[in-house]
Design a protein around this ligand. Structure first.
Ligand SMILES: Nc1nc2c(ncn2[C@@H]2O[C@H](COP(=O)(O)OP(=O)(O)OP(=O)(O)O)[C@@H](O)[C@H]2O)c(=O)[nH]1
Ligand SMILES: [Mg+2]
Ligand SMILES: [Zn+2]
Length: 326
């Protein structure tokens, strides 16, 4: 007797999916007649996706439908020529982990923020390793300057400092995805929240602070209270996708200036009377931040143009491609 049920994807292997359904962990495959066809309309599921299952107690569990995503985090597919790869879906919050130690880098943080806003999820900045950090207060101020309207938490998985503040997000039915460079402590944090050593963690070389890319796949866990968390591998390079929407949020101060600018066709390139030029002169906007804005803006325009050309050609193909590990 075949039975239909709903579940969500907790891990993706080459052809096997780990699914949680009715509080149980199952393995499932994609139903061939639905996903592996020339006219397949279904998106290949990814971690966090809600799916419909056909459950046969005597045989396999088959995925027959990928539900519509409310949020998604994508990156360029590492296989040349392929389009977008969805790396996580349906999360509510994006915890951007950055170590207060060597990893601290505001430019990178701005990129993570941009990508987070673009995903549709709500970013929260989590500054890790407070127990071994110096200049925490100074760094916190720098972060607050670029993270307008974003909650910033300082935590330590060693002392437990700051964990209380994050409980507002880690609530039943809500999903949080962890992003951040290798070695910032995503898996340590995951284990701390689960109260179990479920993810392997790696020592980092203290001389150059490089992590070893300990985690190699994405994994969704359900905490005892029902909150869902997704641990991810460190992203060696953050492939920028179309980020137009994202930029409006992480650079709200600059967008305000651009709106204020009294010349509608201003290039904000030093024209007298330009609101941006004025802010730069007064020092309310730093030269560095303005350059960053442009760099990201240019990069995203470039990516968008490149991708839209590519997408037009491979749209069909990329939708059908089986997803590998990330
Ligand atoms: N002192 C201190 N060390 C920490 C803390 N959190 C993590 N670490 C250490 O940082 C190192 C890297 O931690 P991981 O949790 O493996 O880092 P990760 O972000 O999962 O790294 P990848 O899986 O490679 O992406 C380990 O040696 C941890 O023990 C912390 O709050 N304080
Ligand atoms: Mg890890
Ligand atoms: Zn202007």
């Amino acid at each position: 007797m075949k039975e239909k049920m709903n579940g969500f994807i907790t891990a993706v292997h080459r052809e096997r999916y780990e699914v949680r359904a009715n509080g149980e962990d199952l393995y499932a495959r994609l139903k061939a007649g639905i996903y592996y066809t020339d006219h397949c309309e279904e998106e290949f599921p990814t971690v966090g996706d809600n799916v419909e299952l056909e459950y046969n107690p005597l045989g396999d569990c088959l995925i027959i439908k990928t539900m519509e995503r409310k949020t998604a985090f994508s990156r360029k597919d590492p296989d040349v020529g392929m389009g977008e790869q969805i790396v996580a879906a349906n999360f509510d919050y994006v915890f951007i982990l950055m170590s207060l130690n060597y990893d601290f880098n505001l430019k990178r943080l701005e990129r993570y923020l941009t990508v987070s806003w673009q995903s549709g999820g709500q970013p929260v900045i989590v500054l890790t390793k407070a127990d071994i950090a110096e200049d925490t207060q100074e760094k916190l101020e720098l972060v607050n300057q670029i993270a307008l309207g974003v909650d910033v938490c300082v935590v330590s998985a060693v002392t437990g400092e700051g964990m209380e503040q994050l409980k507002n997000y880690l609530v039943p039915e809500k999903t949080t995805v962890f992003l951040g460079s290798s070695g910032v402590g995503k898996s340590t944090f995951t284990n701390y929240l689960l109260g179990k050593e479920l993810m392997e963690t790696g020592e980092i070389r203290e001389d150059d602070s490089k992590g070893h890319h300990t985690t190699t796949h994405r994994q969704l866990f359900v905490m005892d209270n029902g909150a869902r968390i997704i641990d991810t591998p460190g992203m060696r390079e953050l492939g920028m996708w179309v980020v137009d929407d994202g930029i409006d949020f992480s650079f709200t101060d600059i967008n305000d200036l651009i709106i204020q600018c009294r010349f509608s066709n201003c290039t904000h390139n030093g024209e007298p009377g330009c609101a941006v030029a004025q802010a730069l002169k007064e020092g309310t906007l730093t030269e560095k931040r303005w350059k960053n804005y442009w760099k990201i803006q240019k990069e995203s325009e470039f990516q968008a143009a490149k991708e839209s050309r590519k997408q037009a050609v491979i749209k069909k193909k990329s939708n059908k491609k089986s997803r590998g590990e990330w």
